[in-house]
Design a protein around this ligand. Structure first.
Ligand code: ZN
Length: 354
């Protein structure tokens, strides 16, 4: 039984997939998939005839597939920039290059696990970027361009949902929010916005806030300044095409920044928006645990991190009613991040230049 590798590249249109066997022979014709077809792509890989299920090979500019794919039991590997030729300004290196690199140097691949997430094995890089960013972030915070939570005497909380929209979970989250008259903020990825404009329209029509969460969920410190700006510009355009409004908030994937990324974003009319309560829903610890993480951590002024896209977010959906009820019982109003930031008593955030 020979091993097979499925290189998966992202482009402005969706995913390109190239599957090769151990000898470098194409196992199947290359194929293209839309951003809303991840479940179909997973099923296709599992059912691929003629050999074992291919190992999936992504690069560090793609944080959208490893979650659903590891959860589905696929073997997922990540290639990092120093192993690959330079990427284009927009898009990953081609799928055949990813597959070929994996085939010829399989020992250099980093295995991505469900527990470790997209950045499995890169904790040191992450910590280094965080350490180097600290002084810049302190300056941005002082200038009101970095928002983690609102005023602690304001009886309001902002729930935020990252990585969407999603063909299944967005509607479920919206339905629950509507049931309680709650508003929230959705930090969407451009790749999904372009593929699922109807879901974005639903979010906007229900009065929620749309923020940007990059195009392909990359580890931003791996990107050149041009690539960073392209991720933001394309996502802003994709959102504006659907809603008529450009997002004014940006949440970096993994919260990962570097002085170079921050310099690339200098002058952007966007506020960096983080959170002070992590539901840790992406680890899928069960709905009760997710609800407890939020309810134990949240208080007046909190910004809560949750996810509604790029994976099976069924647990988040199940946890949401208890989360909302628990917060409402404490007299907390559920608002968007923009509303929280504009609440009386919240200082340190200036209105942004549009
Ligand atoms: Zn994310």
């Amino acid at each position: 039984m020979t091993r097979r590798y499925a290189g998966i590249a992202w482009t402005g249109e969706g995913y390109r997939v190239e599957v090769v066997d151990e000898t470098g022979r194409r196992a199947v014709e290359p194929s293209g998939w839309g951003g809303a077809q991840v479940a179909e792509l997973i099923a296709w890989l599992r059912d691929l005839d003629g050999g074992p299920t291919p190992a999936v090979v992504l690069d560090s500019t793609n944080g959208l597939l490893d979650g659903p794919m590891t959860a589905a039991g696929l073997e997922v590997y990540r290639l990092d920039p120093w192993q690959l030729p330079p990427r284009p300004r927009f898009g990953s290196v081609p799928a055949e290059r990813l597959a070929e690199q994996a085939r010829t140097a399989p020992d250099a691949l980093a295995r991505v696990t469900a527990e470790g997430g997209s950045l499995t094995g890169r904790a040191a890089d992450y910590a280094e970027a965080e350490r180097r960013s600290a002084p810049v972030l302190a300056a941005l915070s002082a200038a009101g361009r970095y928002f983690e939570h609102g005023d602690r005497s304001t009886p309001r909380v902002a729930l935020t949902f990252d990585d969407g929209p999603d063909p299944v979970h967005t509607r479920q989250v919206l339905e629950i929010l509507d049931r309680y008259g709650a508003r929230a903020s959705f930090f969407c990825v451009g790749h999904h916005v372009a593929a699922m404009p109807d879901e974005v329209r639903r979010i906007a029509a229900a009065g929620h806030e749309l923020g940007s969460h990059s195009w392909s969920h990359p580890f931003l410190p791996d990107l050149t300044p041009d690539q960073v700006r392209e991720q933001l510009d394309r996502t802003a355009e994709a959102v504006a095409r659907v809603t008529g409004e450009t997002p004014t908030r940006f949440r970096p994937p993994y919260g990962a920044l570097s002085p170079e990324v921050l310099a690339a974003l200098d002058g952007y009319p966007t506020a960096l928006t983080m959170f002070d309560v992590d539901s840790r829903d992406w680890t899928r610890p069960g709905p009760e645990r997710i609800a407890a993480n939020v309810l134990n951590g949240a208080g007046p002024g909190s910004v809560v991190l949750m996810h509604e896209g790029a994976g099976d977010r069924g647990q988040t959906v199940l946890a949401l009613p208890s989360i909302i009820e628990g917060l409402l019982e404490r007299g907390l109003e559920l608002v968007t991040v923009g509303e929280l930031a504009a609440s009386p008593g919240t200082d340190g955030e200036r209105p942004l230049d549009r």
